[in-house]
Design a protein around this ligand. Structure first.
Ligand SMILES: Nc1ncnc2c1ncn2[C@@H]1O[C@H](COP(=O)(O)OP(=O)(O)OP(=O)(O)O)[C@@H](O)[C@H]1O
Ligand SMILES: [Mg+2]
Length: 275
């Protein structure tokens, strides 16, 4: 959790007003996201917590611009987001990156690692830099995640261990330097040790490049550990939001209380009992 000066006015990165997504029509209609309001500030780690089917992935797809918003507005850096047309969408996607559970899904496995990393630099407009400088940047990104670039050259991602692949995924983010990173349950399938390494690296990355991180999870314990802000989602609505500590230690909504009581270990694991 970040120690921040509460008087400090941080800029809005993504803001939503009445954001809604309806799938289907008539009796097949599903209101997956129902008039949610949010304001994610630059450099914050924000966690969206909710049970299965509450609308988290649908909301993240709207944030990523992968599916259209049925109703409501999304503002990016204070301005109404305009991603109509492929050129504007591509421009937006330079600023927002997503990571998923499965590192295999994150890169083309048949591209050598040097090419995977070079692609990131090219996407960031570094195409014309001298090769040595690009190697320097890739080496830095690898060492950020405790990998050695010179040992990776000429290898393919599938030749790495699961943990190394996940670290490579973070090295890509380090090179891409997006303004926003959206992580939909990135750690749910990995062991506790790799999980905490990934979380530490994401926090370090946020500190380093002031990236806004949006985490999507079922795990309110994880939300407490890593977030500045949490948004609790139930049936497509935010039932409660605010500073992570405030919401999790003094929950107001019955749903939040239930999520917390479902994970009694949260008190032992994160030692909330002493707060
Ligand atoms: N493409 C779609 N067409 C119709 N309904 C959909 C579609 N995508 C999602 N839904 C519905 O919207 C609701 C929210 O789904 P969503 O995937 O956003 O939930 P989630 O919170 O991410 O769940 P989980 O934690 O299981 O990943 C569900 O009722 C789901 O069935
Ligand atoms: Mg989901």
């Amino acid at each position: 959790m970040r120690v921040s000066n509460s008087n400090e006015e941080r800029k809005s990165c993504l803001r939503g007003v009445g954001v809604t997504k309806v799938f289907g029509t008539g009796n097949k209609k599903t209101v997956a996201v129902d008039h949610v309001d949010f304001d994610f500030k630059e450099g914050d780690i924000v966690t969206i917590v909710g049970e299965s089917g509450s609308g988290k992935t649908t909301l993240s797809k709207m944030l990523l611009g992968l599916i259209a918003v049925t109703e409501g507005e999304i503002y990016y850096q204070g301005k109404l987001r305009d991603i109509k047309g492929s050129r504007k969408k591509k421009e937006y996607w330079k600023n927002i990156q997503a990571i998923f559970q499965d590192p295999f899904a994150s890169y083309n496995m048949f591209h050598k690692i040097d090419d995977v990393l070079l692609d990131c630099l090219n996407m960031r407009g570094c195409k014309d830099l001298p090769h040595e400088q690009k190697v320097e940047m890739m080496t830095e990104a690898c060492s950020f995640v405790n990998l050695k670039f010179e040992e990776l050259t000429n290898k393919y991602p599938f030749e790495l261990s699961g943990g190394q692949q996940q670290r490579l995924m973070i090295a890509r983010i380090f090179l891409l330097k997006p303004k926003i990173l959206l992580a939909d349950e990135p750690t749910s399938m990995i062991d506790a040790c790799s999980r905490s390494t990934i979380l530490d690296m994401l926090t370090k990355l946020r500190d380093e490049i002031n990236m806004t991180v949006i985490f999507i999870t079922h795990d309110i314990g994880l939300a407490y550990k890593i977030s500045d802000k949490v948004y609790i989602m139930e049936h497509g609505k935010f039932v409660e939001s605010g500073d992570a500590e405030e919401v999790i230690i003094h929950p107001q909504a019955d749903y939040t209380k239930r999520l917390i009581s479902d994970v009694p270990k949260i008190y032992e694991e994160w030692d909330l009992s002493t707060v």
